[in-house]
Design a protein around this ligand. Structure first.
Ligand code: SF4
Length: 633
């Protein structure tokens, strides 16, 4: 076996829940260099170990947790974990990233990844500590919410402060709600495409990892530290300039605190990409209440809670200071919460959004799917397309946060119409049918959009609809030059948007492979590639990084094709594909261009223009020859 490069542990932990067995397996350096880590490494194992006849809920499905070469190092926010598996919403690849401490502790415990297979007969949790791995009974955790589970496990392990990190599922996963997610450290969600339901189907309630002894060995510690500082300061400066431009004051004297991601909200409102009332309108005059600095007058920070090695002072615990929910304590909402649980539900009280964010996280839902499901019911209720029979008497009117909360509890209990909704918005809308179905925002693949009304943004809409994993895979609208790519001058020109998306696809997969939080490092891919070189000792360049990202895209595409993906699924629903009826993007319609954009995107990706299958020469180019016979037989 080759030696382990810096930044890696060189080992995965395989957990077979059916047999109750756990084994450490070495990883070759060549594998690490080819797939890097995170989503790249996860894609390799997912493709190799989950054949097309395996359903998402079968014990043979895999649940993979993967770190990257920067995880657990001195890089800021270097505790990004990637969870992967075959997801229930799309019946295809699922991948989701979360932060906190879990990934760093896993690396310090001596593992680059965990692969969970099989299913336990009774609820269990996995405990990794001091070179020991053990499965413990988790019967007492059933019916508890994610915060209670986190606290209970820490308590029974006698953990003080940050000695143990817990990743867990909540009640939604127990009921196999198809948009159940995972929560790390009681505060960070990792939830797309129903990975919590996969964990629930295996009766694995949680994974707890005790903080091991560090540091993670890297090739050039000094160089990595200096690059880590450079990238963090650059990211922070960019953030501060952005806030200054919007006239938003810093929250602390050292300017290291920012108000989550809510400062973007006014920008989104100005461009018509803020989701408002289930995307039935783009006008929301009250939007200023939901973003900094006005927002700051509604809350106070009661506990600062940044992730591993992060100085952003983000992810705080807060107390509501005004309105009906004054005194309520919960997690600081992000932009996504303000958007999908706020304007999207017609809610103008920030305190109500803190309350709903808390409910979503405690029950263990993916927030976008949960919110677009509730907003769909509200619009249908307003239009008389769903009535008291479906809502069980709940007055699902715009802005009614308590009714939204009650409906979320019905979903988690699969009670009445909640049982239909627990299958995800696409399936629920299709089962109701008619005019009601036409109001639902989803992709024909099976997931809802992100936290935006993406219709005015062609690249963003295509990104969601063509996503391999059911979630956004491109966040680099303004970063083409960083990858030496020609810029997209007009993102609303169908040809430029589809060509541009194809040309930059893979950039985010590189980010999602290295194991750091995207908020700390997002704008600087060249520096990030240099950090990987410093950690590993490889002559690693941005070109190699980008190639690895595109390899991941093609491998996951081949996985999805093998598992039944067809081009007719890569289309938005009626509402998601409709033109906004008012606001700044009024009348911008994507569907007249969809066929062209789909074909152009496929061609520019090196995929067959009709079937969307990666061409044999494309797979060869990325060293994926083994997939050719799987999808072209
Ligand atoms: S920026 Fe926020 S989410 Fe990212 S590592 Fe720091 S505290 Fe965690």
């Amino acid at each position: 076996m080759s030696s382990t490069p810096g930044g890696y542990a060189g080992k995965i932990l395989r957990v077979d829940l059916t047999r109750g067995e756990m084994t450490g397996e070495p990883i070759e350096e060549a594998t690490l260099r080819k797939h890097i880590g995170g989503v790249g490494l996860g894609a390799k194992y997912l493709y190799e170990e989950v054949p097309p006849n395996v359903k998402w809920s079968d014990p043979e499905n895999r649940l993979i947790f993967a770190t990257g070469p920067l995880t657990g190092t001195q890089a800021r926010g270097s505790s990004n974990i990637t969870a992967m598996g075959k997801g229930p919403l799309t019946d295809g690849a699922a991948s989701s990233q979360g932060n906190g401490f879990f990934a760093a502790y896993l690396k310090l415990a001596g593992y680059d990844a965990i692969i969970v297979q099989g299913a336990s007969r009774k609820p269990v949790y996995l405990y990794i500590h001091d070179g020991v791995t053990e499965l413990r009974d988790a019967s007492h955790l059933v019916d508890k919410d994610t915060v209670e589970i986190d606290e209970t496990i820490r308590q029974e392990l006698g953990a003080k402060g940050r000695q143990v990190s817990v990743l867990c599922t909540g009640p939604a996963a127990e009921k196999l709600v198809k948009f159940a997610g995972l929560v790390t450290d009681g505060a960070h969600s990792c939830s797309h495409n129903g990975l919590g339901a996969v964990m629930g189907s295996k009766k694995l309630k949680a994974i707890a990892v005790a903080r091991g002894k560090g540091p993670v060995a890297v090739n050039d510690r000094e160089k990595l530290s200096s690059l880590a500082e450079e990238i963090f300061e650059a990211a922070l400066k960019e953030r501060m300039l952005f806030r200054e431009k919007l006239n938003i004051p810093p929250l602390s004297e050292d300017k290291k605190t920012y108000w989550a991601t809510t400062d973007n909200l006014r920008n989104y409102a100005a461009h018509g990409v803020l989701p408002v009332k289930n995307c039935s309108t783009n006008i929301f005059p009250e939007h200023a209440t939901l973003c900094a600095p006005e927002l700051q007058t509604h809350y106070e920070i009661i506990e600062r809670n940044p992730c591993w090695r992060c100085r952003m002072i983000h992810s705080n615990k807060i107390r509501v200071t005004k309105g009906h929910y004054a005194g309520f304590e919960g997690k600081e909402p992000e932009y996504s919460h303000m958007g999908v649980l706020g304007s999207n539900l017609g809610i103008t009280d920030p305190g109500a959004i803190v309350m709903l964010t808390d409910v979503v996280e405690r029950l263990g839902f993916e927030v976008n799917e949960a919110a677009f499901t509730i907003s769909w019911i509200m619009e249908c209720f307003e239009k008389g397309l769903l009535g008291a029979k479906e809502t069980g008497g709940l007055q699902m009117t715009w802005g009614n946060a308590e009714a939204a909360k009650a409906m979320l509890y019905r979903i988690v209990k699969r009670e009445g119409f909640g049982d239909v909704l627990a299958e995800g918005l696409k399936r629920a809308a299709e089962s109701v049918g008619g005019k009601a179905a036409e109001c639902a925002n989803y992709t024909r693949r099976g997931t809802t959009p992100g936290a935006h009304d993406e219709r005015p943004d062609l690249m963003a809409s295509m990104d969601i609809v063509f996503s391999n994993t059911g979630w956004r895979e491109h966040r680099f609208h303004s970063r083409f030059a960083d990858f030496d790519l020609p810029p997209v001058k007009d993102p609303n020109n169908p040809e430029e948007a589809s060509t541009g998306l194809a040309s930059i696809k893979g950039a985010q997969q590189f980010y999602n492979s290295v194991g750091v939080c995207i908020f700390c490092t997002k704008p600087y891919p060249k520096l990030l590639a240099q950090m990987v070189a410093a950690a590993t000792g490889w002559d690693f360049t941005l070109a190699e990084a980008f190639e690895a990202g595109r390899r991941t895209v093609n491998l996951l595409r081949a996985f999805n094709i093998r598992h039944g993906l067809t081009p007719d699924q890569e289309v938005p629903s009626t509402r998601y594909g409709s033109a906004p009826v008012d606001g700044p993007a009024k009348g911008k319609a994507m569907m007249p261009h969809w066929e062209f954009m789909q074909r152009n995107y496929y061609e520019k990706m090196g995929w067959d223009s009709k079937t969307g299958k990666p061409l044999p020469e494309t797979l060869e180019k990325f060293g994926l020859e083994y997939a050719i016979s799987d999808i072209w037989k």
